[in-house]
Design a protein around this ligand. Structure first.
Ligand SMILES: Cc1cn([C@H]2C[C@H](O)[C@@H](COP(=O)(O)OP(=O)(O)OP(=O)(O)O)O2)c(=O)[nH]c1=O
Length: 203
């Protein structure tokens, strides 16, 4: 595989978590936000759905910028143990229903990402993390919703915030739950875009 050199990438995401994670890795990037409609098609499974969303976010930016730069986009959803796709809650009642369905159960968090250059997809992946919640009381759920944390997050919780105490077990990538499976993304950026983190550069 030939490495194509690039100075920086475009992160096609409004997610503060994705921004923080790339910043912490020392990846040079700037943000252009993609605004697409996120809605599952009839009978579309979770894997296909996150991958399509991620792809559509990247395409929206490639079209706007006509850029030679690499565009990285991602999408994160929760899939319950009875196969329901959970995205961001629309209101507190919706958040409560989601958290009640996650309480005492194991769900999957799927993050899909896509790397584009010259309007072409170079690599796309969906990474899965299994998360088990302990049983939550309704009072605890109500108190958590009052913090406001659920509202910009798939499944109505943030593993990195006050919901960390809800988690009994996690199998797979922690950063994947936060919106970007960082170790795999960094490998792909090195291999496909020639862009390295601080530690990769110094090794
Ligand atoms: C489950 C979970 C999700 N999330 C977040 C990650 C994502 O930002 C968000 C899911 O929404 P997304 O639609 O994937 O992303 P976004 O709307 O924040 O940003 P953009 O579409 O512009 O890329 O949920 C957490 O921060 N912590 C968690 O534990």
């Amino acid at each position: 595989m030939t490495k194509k050199k690039s100075e920086q990438i475009i992160l096609a995401s409004a997610s503060p978590r994705r921004k923080e994670m790339l910043q912490a890795s020392g990846i040079p990037f700037y943000i252009v936000i993609a605004d697409i409609e996120e809605k599952p098609l009839e009978n579309e499974g979770g894997h296909a759905y996150v991958q399509r969303n991620a792809r559509e976010k990247a395409i929206a930016i490639c079209e706007k910028t006509l850029s030679q730069e690499f565009v990285l986009s991602a999408d994160t959803i929760v899939v319950t143990n009875d196969d329901k796709i959970l995205e961001k809650p629309q209101n507190p009642e919706h958040a409560k229903k989601m958290l009640q369905s996650l309480s005492g159960n194991t769900h999957l968090v799927l993050s899909g990402y896509s790397l584009f250059q010259n309007k072409k997809e170079i690599i796309a992946r969906v990474i899965e993390t299994s998360v088990t919640f302990r049983k939550l009381s309704d009072r605890e759920i109500d108190a958590y919703i009052k913090t406001g944390e659920p509202f910009d997050k798939a499944g109505s919780y943030g593993i990195q915030g006050r919901a960390m105490g809800f988690i009994e077990k996690i199998e797979g990538s922690y950063t994947n739950v936060m919106g970007l499976p960082l170790s795999q993304v960094l490998l792909d950026l090195k291999n496909y875009a020639g862009i390295e983190t601080y530690t990769q550069k110094e090794a």
